[in-house]
Ligand binder design. Sequence first.
Ligand code: SAM
Length: 285
Amino acid sequence: MPSAVSTKTGTLYIVPTPIGNLEDITLRCLRTLKEVDLIAAEDTRHTKRLLNHFNIETPLISYYREKEVERSEEILQRLQEGLNIALVSDAGTPGISDPGAVVVQLLQENCVTVVPLPGPSALTTALSASGMTSSGFLFLGFLPSKKGQRRKQLTSLAASEYPIVIYESPHRIDALLADALAIFGERQCFWARELTKNFEDLQHGTISSLLAKSQEGRNRGEFVVIIWPGVQEEVQGQTVEELLLWYRDNSELSLKDVSRRLADDLGLSRSQIYQQALGLWQEKD
Ligand code: SAM
């Protein structure tokens, strides 16, 4: 009897690419891009320019946000046929505010090997120059583009004890900083713009000083914005009512956020606390 032909399943390599300066690609990433059978790229024309620069002739297939599910199935099939594939996005690390997670999940479910390569990301590059001393941070990627949703998300973060890190485009930086100022009040802030490029710009200041800079209107390039936590005052009060009054008069949290926080902290029902808070908030108005 002829022996069955066994095909070894291939590997998906996650390959970070430069966020501006083409020298920021590792030797391992270049070798991987040369050696794999296929490169799955967010934008094949964009990646082709990178490959041309490094004389890499590996064929490309497209893998982009709107077709992630469909393209993930195709990638799985090719890997099961024994091909090795590299996944790249337009810039930085795939899967970090970029397509990638869907195919990785599918491969995990199908026991296919995924090998992540370290490399550039705007997130880590900005953090390294921010002077942030806290051991943790909250990375949010892009906030919603609709004002109402963006404000809602910022409000829910007002009490975060960690610096928050946000990706932002040049045409929304003003709106982001204006909303942050309205919701958080004045805080320490940092932006990293055009990282690794000719006009790299790192600015520390308050939210309002950076808002004034962005309103000067020369905001070419993409931003990473870091906003530090507000000064934490010690909450004072013994009873639920005293605590609610303290939050009402000393914090920028909304009635809903205060109720949620107290209910969670004290193990009480949210709706009960909300009702009590409503009365106290109405008294003030
Ligand atoms: N996957 C990428 C990474 O690892 O950084 C992020 C891709 S996301 C679609 C693009 C956003 O990343 C930009 O809007 C900007 O906020 C940030 N970004 C990318 N390149 C940047 C750069 N050179 N300087 C500052 N921010 C950058």
